[in-house]
Design a binder for this molecule. Structure first.
Ligand code: AKG
Length: 258
């Protein structure tokens, strides 16, 4: 992993309202080492800060290998992935098979809409509650929904996108827990893509380890697309869980699917 600085996380309400104009590699100051407010977290963990223009992420190892492997196996038994039309994407009126498996769990009645599908949350399983609560203990944030992506091997992937749906609470980061094979997550600034305002901005590449937790804080998903590209050498599976906070009255009134 490159382009990060190591420091203890502050709660988002205490963070300075400035955006960094370039990727930073800094050593923590003494003040940063001894952040106040740490006692608010019942399980404080060391965080690595990842910053670039409009990108603000925090990375940490939440579970050790033994815990992560156990959770992976539990999820393999518990999670029911979508099939049929719910396992397809709608892009410009065309239907495509999703190159991975997906499932959604969360509080009753919650629905998440993206790429032309409306996915209704199934009730939390005990393992998902355990992981969700571990994320809350480590971060101080609460979550009411999780999107699960399962990649059977390095051929499964996810294309470039932003998690910027209007029903997501911008005050709450998206908390991404990875279990199983390590894979690269690539962030690309929206202005580094094609178009009249194209600029030379380096992508940010992270390796997401087994048991890791990545927080994507506001405004990362406004300015940066992210993808999990194909990695043909990866032959083992990976499960990624993105915990989110959905604002109920901002949900679309689309057709609910189960
Ligand atoms: O599998 C990953 O790490 C990425 C998942 C993702 O991009 C998403 O849930 O929006």
């Amino acid at each position: 992993m490159d382009k990060f600085l190591t420091r203890k996380r502050k709660r988002s309400s205490e963070e300075p309202d400035e955006w960094k104009t370039e990727a930073l590699i800094k050593k923590p100051t003494e003040e940063e080492e001894c952040e106040e407010g740490e006692e608010e977290f019942s399980n404080p963990i060391p965080w690595q800060k990842i910053e670039a223009e409009g990108l603000d992420c925090d990375y940490s190892l939440l579970f050790n290998k033994e815990e992560a492997d156990h959770l992976f196996n539990q999820l393999e038994e518990e999670v029911e992935y979508f099939t049929g039309d719910n396992a397809k994407l709608q892009v410009y009126g065309k239907s495509y098979n999703i190159p991975r498996k997906q499932a959604t769990y969360g509080d009753e009645g919650l629905m998440y809409s993206f790429s032309g599908v409306n996915l209704l949350a199934k009730p939390w399983t005990s393992t998902l509650e355990h992981i969700r609560d571990a994320v809350t203990k480590a971060t101080g944030y609460t979550f009411n929904f999780v999107l699960i992506n399962r990649y059977k091997d390095g051929h499964d992937h996810i294309g470039e996108h932003r998690d910027d749906e209007r029903e997501l609470d911008p005050a709450c980061p998206i908390a991404s827990v990875s279990l199983g094979a390590a894979r690269h997550l690539i962030f690309r600034h929206r202005d580094a893509r094609t178009g009249p305002r194209k600029r030379q901005i380096e992508p940010v590449k992270l390796e997401l380890a087994n048991g890791s937790l990545l927080l994507m804080n506001f405004p990362t998903n406004t300015y940066w697309y992210h993808s999990l590209p194909i990695r043909k050498k990866v032959i083992t599976p990976r499960i990624n869980l993105t915990f989110r906070r959905i604002v109920k009255n901002r949900q679309k009134n689309g057709t609910k699917t189960e």
